[in-house]
Design a binder for this molecule. Structure first.
Ligand code: ZN
Length: 149
């Protein structure tokens, strides 16, 4: 990764940490779940409004460290207007990005690529994926909070 690109990604993460997008409670959400990452102390709640298999709206509450908060914020931006059936391949792609860096290229990550640097810090992977695990729990209708541990 070039130094310039790295700087740009760091700015994007910092911006989403300082001013998270879509961070508010959602009343009447069709799906919601809570997730915790005890290792770092990150806590998020994810809300979804799904209609006809499309994510019409998505929001989150909570956060934690810069990576967990920015990842949740970037995730909400990436999900709006997306089909529910596309979520799994997007998550798989993102998971590869933050772990082994070998993205199979089945989904366009866009701004989510800003978190690519996380793979150099294995302890941060759970921070980056917390919102996504919580999203999966919301989609699966699980009642109990998910935990990365
Ligand atoms: Zn964290």
């Amino acid at each position: 990764m070039s130094g310039e690109l790295r700087d740009l990604y760091q700015q994007l993460i910092f911006d989403h940490y300082k001013a998270p997008r879509n961070r508010h409670p959602m009343h009447g959400a069709s799906h919601e779940a809570e997730g915790h990452n005890p290792l770092c102390g990150d806590n998020v709640k994810v809300y979804l409004e799904i209609e006809d298999g499309v994510i019409r709206d998505v929001a989150f509450e909570g956060g934690g460290c810069a990576i967990a908060t920015a990842s949740a914020s970037l995730m909400t931006e990436a999900l709006k207007g997306r089909k529910v059936e596309e979520v799994q391949s997007l998550f798989e792609e993102f998971h590869h990005l933050v772990t082994d860096g070998e993205a199979p290229g089945r989904a366009e990550l866009g701004k989510l690529e800003a978190l690519a640097g996380v793979r150099e810090f294995p302890a941060r992977v759970k921070c980056a994926t917390l919102a996504w695990h919580t999203l999966n729990a919301a989609l699966a209708g699980r009642e109990r909070p998910v935990s990365t541990e």
